[in-house]
Structures are given as C-alpha cells and as structure tokens.
Design a protein around this ligand. Sequence first.
Ligand code: MP5
Length: 266
Amino acid sequence: MRTPTPDAPPVALSIAGSDSGGGAGIQADLATMTTHGVYGTAAITAVTAQHTRGVESSFVLPRSEIAAQIDAVVDDFDVGAAKTGMLATTEVVELVTDRVRDEPFPLVVDPVMVASSGDRLLDEDAERAYADLLAEATVVTPNADEAEVLTGIAVEDDASAHEAGEAILEFGADAALVKGGHVPGETVRDHLVTPEGTTTFEHERVDTDATHGSGCTLAAAITARLARGEALEAAVEGATDFLSRAIERHYDVGQGPGAVNHAVDR
Ligand SMILES: Cc1ncc(COP(=O)(O)O)c(N)n1
C-alpha cells in the first residue's frame, strides 16, 4: 500500500450497476463523489442499456469479476466509505455481503429494486437475500416502496416511516434513512432512524419528474461525506440538501424525464 500523503483525497467505493444513460448507477456515484472532492472507485455488478425512458437490457457480470474488482480496490486504496446500489441477483447480494463483512469502512446500502422508469433492477427472489447485507450497513437508504418490501410496513406518514426504520434496525443495521420522495405531500420528509432516536430532514418538493438518479446520488453523497470523516447525521443532512439542489437544477437531457445534476455544486 502507498504511504498516504497529506494532500491525498478521501477515497470512496461504489458497488453498483452501470447506467449507459449516465443519470443513475455508477455514473451518478462517481460524478457525485467528484463533486464532493472525493476520489471515486467502482466495482460494477451489472451493465444496463438504459436511457431516460427506461432500461432496454441488463447483463450481470460473473461473480468472480465482481469479487475481483472489489478486491482490487480494497487491496490498494485506503477506502474511507463504500456504498452498494444495483445488485441484481441473490448471488451478487450474497457475494457483496461476504466481501464487505470484515471491512472496517462505513457502508451505505441503497437497496435498489426498481428503476424510476418502473423496470426491475433486482430479481424478486433476491429481496430476501438483503437481510444479511442490512446487518452490515452503517445506514440503509430505502424509499417507501423498498422499505415496504424489506419490512412489510407500508410507509405513508411519519409514524409508519419511523416504524419501518426501527424494523430495519432490527436486521442489524446501525441506521435507516427512510426517504419521503415517494410519499405524497408538499414537502419531502426523510427520516433518519437510529437507536438514539429519529431525525427528520424536510425539503420543499421540487415540481419535476426529472428525478432519475436521485436515490444513487443521495447515497453516493452520504458515502462521500462519510469518507471525508463527517458523522452520520451531518452527512445525511448535507446529502439531502445536496440532492434537493441537484433535483432543482436537474439536467434536461434525453427524451424522457431528465436526470439529477450530480455536479450542481461544482
Ligand atoms: C444501474 C442503475 N442503478 C440504479 C438505478 C436506479 O435509479 P432510478 O430509480 O433513479 O432509476 C438505475 N436506474 N440504474
């Protein structure tokens, strides 16, 4: 391993799928990390042929190649924090769980299941495999639909969001950020549930459907901030503010809804 120099940037690792359309997945994660002054590394789980209108096809990499990418990064870099995104199959969820289990860095688990276009990004039978990965998480970042799949609790208001967060803690996660973007209301209320209590972050709802990449971007911003050494609550607060700006100043690209602006603060 190289000797760290005083001006070496913090390093973060994204374990996620590639989005050829550039809005979500690895592309969103690396852009978001760069915007946060963090050096981004990547282990690609699947290659999707995707644009702003949907997912055309998807190819999951062999497990040995996913493992080799994670090992290559972890062997050489001083990884400050990592995140998971699209994991596609039971086998990949299990492999990633196994690979991150003994690592010292904080882990953000974004339990990606269905793209904003409605296309599935995780096999249905892989939902059950998430239980063991949640136990390794510093924070899990489900939207309302993902929280319901993981816990069986329908997230419709503050009380049910809190309840779903508590259920995620019972899997062994250190914290859950139950996101409010899919819950109707004039403001978006994201709830950070920890054993110490719940903190709610509220943002004005931006009237746009250009939210492609929002989940990836939020989780990557939290990861980058953790890699920079921020405490979890500060990281989540900063990341939710960042996402709000990234949606407000979204990219009007493609023929479908546009994508969030991962470079908004540059
Ligand atoms: C490779 C990949 N990873 C994640 C998402 C989810 O992002 P969104 O819900 O914004 O479509 C995606 N569409 N593609």
